[in-house]
Each structure stands twice: as C-alpha cells, then as structure tokens.
Design a protein around this ligand. Structure first.
Ligand SMILES: CC(C)(COP(=O)(O)OP(=O)(O)OC[C@H]1O[C@@H](n2cnc3c(N)ncnc32)[C@H](O)[C@@H]1OP(=O)(O)O)[C@@H](O)C(=O)NCCC(=O)NCCS
Length: 149
C-alpha cells in the first residue's frame, strides 16, 4: 500500500470522487483548490481523500471514498490518519460535512470527530436530485470537527 499526494490532473480520479459525492458539478466547486491523497494497492487507486485549506488554522475534508470492492479493509482509516499527520504541524483542526447516515457518522466519530453543527436542507437545496444512503434520503449536512493537536 502506498499513499500519493496529487496536485495535478485531479479529474483522473473522478470515478472515486463520485463515490464520495454523487454530482460532478458539486465536486467541481472544490476540486481545483483541493489536494488529493490517493491510496494505491498494487499500483491501482483504491481510496481517496480531498483536502482544502479553510484558513491558517483549519483544513476541511471535502471527499472521502473507497471503491466498494476495497471497503472495510482499513484504507480510509489509514488515509485519514495520514492526512492528520501531514497537516498537524501547521493546522489545529480538521472539519468535514457529511450526510445524516448513521454508519458514516459512527465511522467519523470512531476516527475522533465530534458533531458541531447542522446545515438544514443542504442536500435538498444544492443537489439536482434526491440522494439516498442506506434507504434514507439525505436532507441536512452534519458538520464534524477534530483537533489535530
Ligand atoms: C466511508 C468509506 C470512505 C469508508 O472507507 P473504508 O476504506 O471502507 O474504511 P475502513 O475500512 O477504514 O473502515 C470501514 C468502516 O467504515 C464504515 N462505513 C462508514 N460509512 C460507510 C458506508 N457508507 N458504507 C459502508 N461502510 C461504511 C464501516 O461501517 C466500517 O466501520 P467499522 O470499522 O466500525 O466496521 C467508504 O465506505 C465509502 O467510500 N463510502 C461511500 C462514500 C461515503 O459515504 N463517503 C463518506 C462521506 S464523504
């Protein structure tokens, strides 16, 4: 397993990005200013994390995804820990917004995040079609935060 930092030709990873965020126009809102971290297994990209700098104190994870056939093998957890290590010297905290999906929220809480705020109707206001996860429609965006220090 190898993790590479990607700053150019980021659209090459659109198939992985679309697993974490269903609409390409939403991805294009942050892709240019993102740094991608990609996990390779035997030379093949399997998991990805998109990171932006919010200000001098905080980074935000805009996308986290693993190809379905590679899920539950620990790749996303290793990737998040790599990103925390990479930024902890220069930034104090990491935030992310996600849908109200119990599995996803529990995963992030296990990684040390705590819930901070809710943006009402984010998914219904910003996406062109309803998004369902585990049979439940996503409506609000839940923001989570973790200290890097
Ligand atoms: C969330 C996700 C990135 C985890 O990737 P991964 O490489 O399988 O992660 P790990 O192997 O390190 O950890 C697996 C954990 O993720 C949990 N998980 C969180 N969300 C999940 C989801 N939507 N589908 C399946 N498992 C999910 C699993 O339950 C498991 O938890 P456990 O360790 O308590 O059993 C991956 O499931 C995925 O790409 N999901 C679809 C996109 C998504 O929902 N992204 C997050 C919002 S941006």
């Amino acid at each position: 397993m190898e993790i590479r930092e990607i700053r150019e030709n980021k659209t090459e990873f659109m198939d992985l990005l679309l697993i974490g965020d269903e609409e390409e126009n939403m991805i294009n809102r942050y892709l240019d200013r993102s740094t991608l971290f990609v996990v390779y297994d035997s030379g093949k990209p399997v998991s990805l994390c998109a990171v932006i700098k919010i200000d001098s104190d905080t980074i935000e994870i805009k996308n986290l995804a693993t190809f379905p056939e590679y899920q539950n093998k620990g790749y996303a957890t290793k990737l998040l820990n790599f990103v925390f290590d990479r930024y902890k010297e220069n930034f104090n905290s990491v935030i992310l917004g996600t849908g109200e999906n119990e599995k996803t929220l529990n995963f992030y809480k296990k990684c040390g995040f705590v819930q901070t705020r809710r943006v009402k109707n984010f998914f219904t206001d910003n996406y062109s079609h309803p998004i369902f996860e585990n049979g439940k429609q996503l409506v609000d965006m839940i923001y989570l935060k973790k200290s890097l220090t």
